[in-house]
Write a protein that binds this ligand. Sequence first.
Ligand code: ASP
Length: 350
Amino acid sequence: MKQLKSILLVATALLVTVSLNAKPKIRIIATGGTIAGVSTTSASSAYTAGQVGIQTLLDAVPQILNLADISGEQLVNIGSQDMNDEVWLKLSKRVNELLNKEGYDGVVITHGTDTMEETAYFLNLTVKSDKPVILAGSMRPSNAISADGPANLYNAVAAAVSPNCKGMGVLCCMNNQLLDAKTVIKTHTIDCDTFEGGPSGIIGYVYNGEAHLLQSPINRHTKNSVFDVSKLEELPKVGIVYGYANASPLPMKAFVDAKFDGIVLAGVGDGNFYKDVFEVAVEAQKEGIQIVRSSRCPTGPTCLNSEVDDEKYHFVAALDLNPQKARVLLMLALTKTRDWQEIQKFFMEY
Ligand code: ASP
């Protein structure tokens, strides 16, 4: 009996030591992008995104094995200019499964940079976990001189294993910086230093394999989000209309004729329409197509009832969201309600 007790004690001690020393379990989901891109010559700027598979990405950064127990899967292999609702739904469901059912401690998603901010925001609103979810990409293809992908991937894994990144919502990790899903924007077409956090700046940084956080997001996200896509196979149809001097109303009309559920205006200034476009928007709203006013200006909010009387027309003001993120929130909002005031409330909270 005594012997059995001591065997049990040793076994328990061994188990505790093993689990204390166990590295966090991190899953990498690859979706393509320039990080998986290949150029014809290493000095050329011409390349094709989404060419190499996940194993090649992992092989380029063997150092990540020191940070975590890594495994990976290839969800799609596309340039993120081809990102769509179907992939978003698949990705969100998969991340929820990995974090809530399969016991992973965090997820890293490799992604093209063109629409990374939209995917990050979509996941920020639909992932039901406070575990780290980090998106990483690169501006230079995998075989370029001084490719930035390997360092970005290494930093993303460092962020995914960090307790500091828990409860921060979905983050993007690029160029040693951590950016939060709501405010992150791609600002430069080709530079490695392309992602910025808007007026609130970056949320943190990663140096020497450690994530340091400077602030936390104040908007609702992940576990505190009401949006649930677990049973959805498609999303409401929402298009974006760009504003400019002497703008044609045709794009807005085309969305109305195609029976879109919502239209976001990338308006001039504080979300203003050209008069011909405004007329179509008023009619569209009357027909039940939700109009959201955002702005083509890179910074500053689109204010409610400011230059446009939203209350009168039942338009929604996008506030701090740029047009592409306003589109994401409007699609999800329309899965819940068609009431413009409820939708405006979502824009205030998320
Ligand atoms: N077109 C590429 C993409 O978004 C650009 C990049 O990844 O940097 O997939």
